[in-house]
Design a protein around this ligand. Structure first.
Ligand code: GLU
Length: 493
């Protein structure tokens, strides 16, 4: 078979008609994994022959999206290959030459009909309840093609086609699937049907990974391969990505958004690559976390699922958390930085930023969740100064259930003394805990137990009911700020 004797060449061939969504990137990833695994070549080809549908900036966006994920191409819009440009609009001569060869072989003819005539044929076929096929109207004799008329393929043989698809298995289609399709349009640009076949041939493509919406056109492609006298590449038609409930194809409302949005929301590219690879492909077994190299190792075409995989945003968040737990504090900080309030970054609060990092890491799945933690009612709100410079709350909030302000005041007074004795350079959560623990633990149950110390302490430090524990808070705030917040609390009791 082709893959044993030939070096594998795969390509991802998007049309620059908008942003890259999950489905497109997954196709690119599979083509990339297969090329990388086999020591082959991955090409990024831009199919921009439909100028009306082109969206400005898409070519850049496609490249940015793939680069973010670490999907690297050997040849692409920025790196021409030995075959020339990877942008179809810059390869018009190639298509014209290929078209001329077909004309010379009697396998293509200029379309002699006007749009009105074609419309009439269509209506007639409809009235007679038969499918409308151009080949039924193919003229006996053709004019010479001057390069300006639309050029049609003259399907050499009307027959039933059988072919193999590595994902879908053996497929076949009857004669009705064949027709004389347009090769070159009136505007001089080739159609997708023609251009991709010329390019795949020129670029030495051995495996076509693309969406399964092209299966119905495959008989036409096969008739063109026959006309050109070439062996078709291996087809791998990927099923669409489904919604999590598997009722429908994933649509924009279900999260089929621009892949770069995930970047700005703070997903890690490694997590996204891992997540995408497992949509509709599974190496078997329970393992879910795969590095890029492990994916490359494990990737086999036989494990691409026919049924299509579903997009599960919760799984993506879980996976992102797994990857977040593995990166260094420095890397974490780099990703977290855009989401951390400026006052903290600028050192305008007493909080020790490096002490906050483990807390953030523990709480988030995605970096964009960080701002909510610092919001006025968020758990880390204590890290930001209120207008008064310290958390604002009422004295009665300090009072633990079943106790009274005066006993709380004396407990807090004692705690303050004990904490004052901890050396500022050793002011860790552990040491602060050691300093107050015996005192707190000795408070009898009827006097509130250790809650009668820990609660007011926590409230004094955070001004909130929900926050990290008082020892962690002390370490984050540092000795000076801790003592000042406790002193302020005493003044409220
Ligand atoms: N340009 C086609 C598309 O964007 C690609 C199909 C293919 O990979 O052959 O849908």
């Amino acid at each position: 078979m082709a893959e044993n004797t030939q070096k594998v060449v795969t390509r991802f061939a998007p049309s620059p008609t908008g942003f890259m969504h999950i489905g497109g990137v997954r196709t690119a990833l599979f083509a990339y994994l297969w090329a990388t695994k086999t020591g082959g070549t991955f090409i990024l080809r831009i199919e921009d022959t439909d100028k009306a549908r082109e969206v400005e900036g898409s070519i850049q966006q496609i490249q940015d999206s793939l680069k973010w994920l670490g999907i690297e191409w050997k040849y692409g819009p920025d790196k021409p290959g030995p075959f020339g440009s990877c942008i179809q609009s810059q390869r018009l001569d190639t298509y014209r030459e290929a078209a001329q060869k077909l004309v010379d072989k009697g396998l293509a003819y200029p379309d002699p009909f006007t749009t009105e005539q074609i419309e009439e044929f269509r209506k007639k076929a409809e009235a007679e309840k038969r499918p409308f096929l151009f080949r039924d109207y193919r003229p006996e004799t053709f004019e010479k093609w001057d390069g300006k008329q639309p050029l049609r393929f003259k399907t050499p043989e009307i027959k039933r086609y059988k072919w193999h698809d590595v994902v879908r298995g053996d497929l076949e289609a009857g004669e009705e699937a064949l027709d004389d399709f347009i090769l070159i349009k009136g505007d001089g640009y080739p159609t997708y049907n023609f251009a991709h076949i010329v390019d795949d041939l020129n670029m030495g493509v051995t495996h076509i990974f693309r969406g399964d919406e092209f299966i119905s056109s495959t008989p036409r492609f096969l008739s063109l391969y026959d006309g050109l006298g070439i062996t078709p590449p291996v087809f791998a038609s990927l099923p669409p990505i489904l919604r999590d409930d598997r009722t429908k194809k994933l649509g924009k409302r279900d999260g089929a958004k621009d892949i770069l949005d995930y970047k700005s929301e703070g997903y890690l590219p490694e997590a996204m690559m891992n997540f995408l690879a497992l949509i509709g492909w599974n190496p078997g077994g329970d393992k879910e976390i795969f590095s890029r190299d492990e994916l490359v190792q494990a990737f086999v075409l036989e494990k691409i699922q026919k049924g299509g995989g579903a997009f599960n945003e919760e799984k993506l968040a879980w996976m992102n958390k797994e990857y977040i737990s593995k990166i260094s504090d420095e890397q974490f900080f780099e990703h977290a930085k855009p989401f951390i309030p400026a006052v903290l970054l600028e050192g305008k609060t007493p909080v020790k930023l490096d002490k906050i990092i483990p807390l953030l890491r523990e709480k988030i799945h995605v970096f964009s969740e960080i701002p909510a933690l610092f919001a006025p009612d968020g758990e880390l709100a204590f890290a930001l100064p209120s207008s008064a410079g310290a958390p604002a709350y009422e004295g009665k909030s300090l009072v633990w259930k079943g106790t009274d302000p005066s006993s709380i005041k004396s407990n807090l007074q004692k705690a303050l003394e004990l904490i004052s004795a901890v050396a500022p350079e050793n002011f860790t959560a552990e040491n602060v805990k050691a300093a107050v623990w015996d005192f707190a633990a000795a408070i009898p149950k009827e006097s509130g137990g250790k809650g009668a110390v820990l609660w007011p302490m926590r409230y004094a430090l955070s001004g909130k009911e929900k926050s990290p524990d008082p020892f962690v808070l002390s370490e984050i705030l540092g000795k000076e700020e801790t003592l000042s917040r406790l002193t302020h609390a005493l003044s409220l009791l």
